[in-house]
Design a protein around this ligand. Structure first.
Ligand SMILES: Nc1ncnc2c1ncn2[C@@H]1O[C@H](COP(=O)(O)OP(=O)(O)OP(=O)(O)O)[C@@H](O)[C@H]1O
Length: 300
């Protein structure tokens, strides 16, 4: 079954290393911060942000609390507009006429999985809601896509009639990912998608994102405080401090040869063995739960 409206550009063969989402020289400042003094501004301002999420790749965004990570996610979701600079989607400037297609092809996954769900609506209805709203589809016409979406995230059909308070946090995050996938997006913007989950479930969701990236060619922005998760999932990493990028490059460049004292200090707390770096054979990181795989380099 196909969507009644095929997003423009879909199906076009593109090289997997091309940027799908780009920020070029982007400046952003929240309105309240614009009225404040420069000293108060801190991370409320994004300065000259240049960042590319490549097609089919996972890009990690790390940095201390308040450094501007979620603000970058908002810009990439079209929830805020930059005061200067450009956002490019699929190689073209994101203009108002391209916005509707963009919004379908770039979907969010947020931190608090249960809070992202409506408490009184059955799970199945919530997953198909984007089809009903965006494509005016009838519920009965969404069932094949619904079955595919829940299967893609490893859920079974018995969850569809349940309410959010009847499912676990890990199941709720799978539901949120299914709801994002139902529109068949090309990019997932994942803002701390595992930080509210316990370690075992974190590993399961990371593995799910890894599998989805591989099987669907999804591009991911993965925002996290946890460098190990970023090392596990992402081939490229951007490091943010007080609204500015202080490091950016391949996973190994940023983690093995950090240029700044800031990045070095972030890495001090995490031994290489837990970053999955230079690990000759697949094994499980020391403090990670069983089932969490070290990422072989070729899976990036
Ligand atoms: N709606 C808003 N209005 C004004 N300032 C805001 C708003 N949202 C965030 N900020 C400020 O912008 C800065 C960056 O916030 P942001 O949420 O992007 O940081 P973050 O790196 O994602 O932090 P965390 O890791 O704690 O989620 C912070 O100083 C924050 O207080």
């Amino acid at each position: 079954m196909t969507l009644p409206i095929e997003p423009p550009g879909r199906g076009t063969a593109r090289a997997s290393s091309e940027p799908i989402l780009e920020l070029r020289n982007v400046d952003f400042c929240y309105p309240a911060a614009r009225r404040s003094t420069a000293e108060v501004l801190g991370g409320s301002r994004l300065n000259k942000i240049n960042m590319s999420i490549r097609r089919g790749k996972a890009h990690g965004l790390i940095g201390e609390s308040g450094s501007g990570k979620s603000t970058i996610a908002k810009l990439l979701l079209g929830l805020a507009a930059p005061q200067a600079g450009q956002i490019l989607f699929d190689g073209e400037l994101l203009t108002p006429d391209r916005f509707a297609a963009f919004r379908l092809r770039v979907q969010p996954v947020f931190q608090a999985p249960l809070e992202a769900l409506s408490p009184a609506t059955p799970i199945g209805k919530q997953i198909i809601a984007p089809l009903l709203v965006n494509f005016k589809m009838k519920s009965s016409d969404c069932q094949a896509r619904l079955a595919a979406a829940i299967s893609a995230v490893g859920l079974s059909g018995d969850i569809l009639g349940k309410l959010p308070h009847q499912i676990s946090g890990g199941q709720a995050q799978r539901v949120n990912i299914a709801r994002a996938l139902i529109l068949d997006p090309e990019v997932l913007i994942c803002d701390e998608p595992v930080s509210a989950l316990d370690m075992t479930v974190q590993a399961q969701i990371l593995n799910l994102l890894l599998d989805l990236r591989e099987s669907r060619g999804l591009s991911l922005l993965f925002i996290s405080h946890d460098i190990r998760s970023v090392a596990y999932l992402c081939s490229e990493i951007t490091v943010l401090k007080c609204g500015s990028i202080v490091e950016s490059g391949s996973r190994d460049q940023v983690l093995l040869a950090p240029k700044t004292d800031y990045m070095k200090s972030l890495l001090e707390a995490v031994p290489n063995s837990e970053l999955g770096i230079k690990t000759a054979s697949p094994s499980t990181p020391r403090s990670w739960p069983a089932g969490c795989r070290i990422l072989p380099a070729d899976r990036h």
